[in-house]
Design a protein around this ligand. Structure first.
Ligand code: NAD
Length: 408
């Protein structure tokens, strides 16, 4: 397939929820005509209104003029079904995070779309190869992982499946550029670069709640380091219930001690900002996270019920565990070839996860500490807390050579 075949003029977005709305605006703002499909017509109507309202707001703020708002809106149209989108050059799917559902949609689209069309999924973590396997065009299937809100966040993870062709990747990178995104290519693994690293980072934060810390203390330490928000404020923004429901759907993982505080919050209807309460309290109409002593009492109760002997956990330990969890997973991602360079990992964390810009990203931060020191600190954690801290092989290798991640 020649590269010019992937010239993207017309796109379709499947799904008119949180992500679909932002993705549609990214495309329309970049001059790409978008047809929009959702199997819930009411959702699609609401989504079209919300896009129109965002553009009207941009005009009121003086960010764009009325003519530009009209031109952007004119590029967006509702499509009744898949047959209406058979001529598009690219489809971006943003329906529920469910592999079987995504496979079904990709299979159906594959049968309908022209042979040179690209098929992308906005999945946060699912296996791109398993999605591609539902089609007869796996070389033209890839992940386009936007971050919420998609029309604002700069980062775009472009996920390369085992069979994704270089030309398809080139087309995705060119589209990323047109949408003014910071694009980073990631290999295919659970969670890709960003969410895979987030997992051990959040796990440490949750463990520390059980061992003796409170959510506001963990967040304060990380925000003190310079993060835009700590992990618990982040969960309040994203919605604590998303992972809770996903654990339920998967039928596993609901029993792990680390998720018991989340489970209890969700059972109380404390889903985060959207419900006015989560790890923090929010006054009606406000996004200001207010410390809630009821949450501290809940954390204390849960950890005591689980038999933990609570102890004082200071900001230094919070930073050590959260940052080293990020760095160690980042090193594994690098040694496995999931990320092309340490710089790519840093771009993901700076542009998608609020890592402090002046620290240069987790891998640059680690390089500044010196990898020999990082290696020693991981070994110390391994001695105190167990195997999960075993340093990535790459860290030991680079430390022995006196090199950093950047010189690999
Ligand atoms: P959402 O629940 O807000 O929206 C999903 C939409 O898909 C709904 O409008 C629903 O009606 C529609 N839909 C469901 N089945 C459909 C079908 N068969 N055909 C057409 N439309 C269908 O979900 P979301 O938060 O926008 O997430 C969408 C995807 O993006 C998921 O894969 C998610 O993991 C991923 N993602 C989400 C975020 C986030 O912060 N919300 C960030 C990055 C990626």
């Amino acid at each position: 397939m020649s590269q010019t075949s992937f010239d993207i003029q017309q796109a379709a977005v499947i799904g008119a929820g949180t992500m679909g709305r932002g993705i549609v605006m990214c495309l329309a703002n970049a001059g790409v005509a978008v047809q929009w499909v959702d199997n819930n017509p009411q959702m699609l109507d609401q989504a079209l209104d919300s896009v129109a309202e965002t553009y009207a707001h941009n005009v009121r703020q003086g960010r764009i003029d009325q003519a530009e708002a009209d031109a952007r809106m004119a590029r967006v149209s509702a499509a009744a079904d898949y047959s209406a989108i058979r001529n598009v050059d690219l489809v971006i799917e943003a329906v529920y995070e469910n592999l079987e559902l995504k496979q079904k949609i990709f299979r159906e689209l594959d049968g309908l779309l022209k042979p040179e069309a690209l098929l992308a999924s906005n999945t946060s973590a699912l296996d791109i190869d398993a999605i591609a396997a539902a089609t007869r065009r796996p070389t033209q299937v890839l992940g386009l992982h936007f971050f919420s809100p998609a029309h604002i966040m700069k980062l775009l993870e472009i996920v390369r499946g085992a069979q994704t062709s270089p030309a398809a990747l080139e087309a995705a990178l060119a589209l990323g550029k047109r949408m003014s995104k910071v694009s980073v290519v990631s290999g295919n693994c659970h969670g890709f670069i960003g969410n895979r690293m987030l997992h051990p980072y959040v796990l440490e934060a949750r463990k520390m709640l059980l061992e003796g810390a409170y959510p506001h203390q963990v967040d304060a330490a990380l925000q003190g380091f310079g993060f835009a928000m700590g992990p618990f404020r982040m969960y309040d923004v994203v919605g604590i219930d998303l992972e809770w429901r996903a654990r339920d759907l998967a039928g596993k993982g609901q029993d792990a001690p680390e998720v018991q505080v989340d489970n209890r919050l969700c059972e109380m209807g404390r889903f985060g900002q959207k419900s006015g309460n989560g790890y923090y309290h929010y006054e009606p109409g406000s996004r200001q996270a207010e410390h809630d002593p009821e949450v501290d009492a809940l954390v204390l109760r849960v950890s005591e019920e689980l038999g933990f002997q609570r102890r004082e956990i200071g900001p230094d330990e919070i930073l050590e565990r959260c940052l080293l969890a990020l760095v160690n997973e980042g090193a594994k991602i690098l040694q496995e070839g999931i990320a092309g360079s340490a710089h790519d990992i840093d771009l993901v964390y700076l542009n998608g996860y609020g890592f402090p810009a002046d620290k240069g990203g987790p891998m640059a931060w680690a390089d500044r500490q010196g990898l020999a020191a990082i290696h020693q600190r991981l070994l110390a954690l391994e001695t105190r807390q167990g195997d999960q801290w075993q340093p990535a092989r790459l860290i030991g290798d680079l430390a022995a050579q006196g090199k950093g991640f950047a010189e690999r």
